[in-house]
Design a protein around this ligand. Sequence first.
Ligand code: 8OZ
Length: 353
Amino acid sequence: MTETPDLFGPVKLGALNLPNRIVMAPMTRSRAPGNLPNALMAEYYGQRASAGLIVTEGTAPAPNGRGYIDIPGIYSDAQIEGWRAVADAVHAKGGRIFAQIMHVGRISLPEFQDGADLVAPSAVAAAGQMYTPSGMKPLATPRALTEAEIETLIEAYAQAARNAIAAGLDGIEIHGANGYLPNQFLAPNANQRTDKWGGSAENRARFLVAITDAAAAAIGADRVGVRISPGNPFNDIDDPDVEDTYTPVIQGLSGKGLAYLHFLDAKPAFDVIGLARKHFGGPIILNAGYDKARAQADLASGRADLIAFGSSYISNPDLVERLKQDAPLNAPDQGTFYGGDAKGYTDYPALAA
Ligand code: 8OZ
C-alpha cells in the first residue's frame, strides 16, 4: 500500500534519508566578504537545520564565476575551511546541506572578479544592472570562452563537488537556472556559438549535462542535484522554443541516478515537469512561492516529491515546526535580503519553546 506523501514525512533523496519533504531553497544573501564563508553564515544555516535539506546560496566554482557583491566561493582551501564550519553547524543540529554551485558567466562586473574579463558562451552582454558599492552599473560585455576554457570549467565543477565533500557538506546542486552560465549556454540569445557547444538544442544542452556528469563522476550521482528554470526570462534569457531547448536537457539528466531535479516552476508553455516525471526517474523538487496548502496538494497529486521554500525560510528559521503547527510566519524584510550583518539574517525569532 502506498501512502499519500506528506510534507512532514520522511523521503529518500539520493544518498540521503530526509526526515521531511521541506527544502530550504538556495538564496543569495551577500554576506561573505572576500568570498569566504564565515561564522555568521554557519549560525544562519545552523538555525535552519530542521529542513529536510538545506541548499546553500550560490557559491562560485572558480574565480571567474563570481558575480554580485560578497558571494562565497568553493575553490580555495580557505573557502573549504569556511564551508566546513557551515557543514558542522548544520550537522550538529541534525541537518543536511548541499552547496549550490553557481557560475554567473555574464551576470557580473570585472570589479567582482579582481578586474578580470568576464567569460560566457558568446560576447553578448545581458541587459540589466548590478548593485555595486558605488551604485548600480550596467552588466559588462563578456568574452567568449574558448573550447579549452570550457573543458577547464567542466573540471572546475568536478573539483567544486570534491571540495564540498572535503568540507563535510552532503552534496551539491548545480545551478542551471535563472540566467547564469549553464542557462546562458542553453539560451539562443546568449549562446551564438557555432562549435559543438552552440546551435542545436542538443549542443546548447551539452555544457549543463557535461558539468553534471563531471560532478557525478567526482562524488557520486546520488550526491548531485540540478536546478533549472524553463521559461524563466530572468537575467535576460530569451528562449523562443522552451520545449525544443529543455527536451534534450531532461533527456541528458535522466536515468543517471542523480539525487534530484529542482525546478523553479516558472510555468513554461509546455509540461516540462510531466516530461521529467516520465524520464528522470528520481525525486523532483518544486519551488515557486508555495504555502502549506499548495505544497501538500502538489505532493498529493504526484507533481512534486519535495517542496522548496525561499523567502519564508529567510524569516522563519523553524519553518518546518511553524508549518506543522499552522503557526503564524514572520514576514521577511526585503531591505535586509542582500548584504549587511546579523540584522535580517540570524535575528528572526523561532517560536517560543
Ligand atoms: C536574486 C538576487 C541575487 C541573486 C538567482 C542567485 O536568481 C540568484 C539571485 C537572485 O538564482
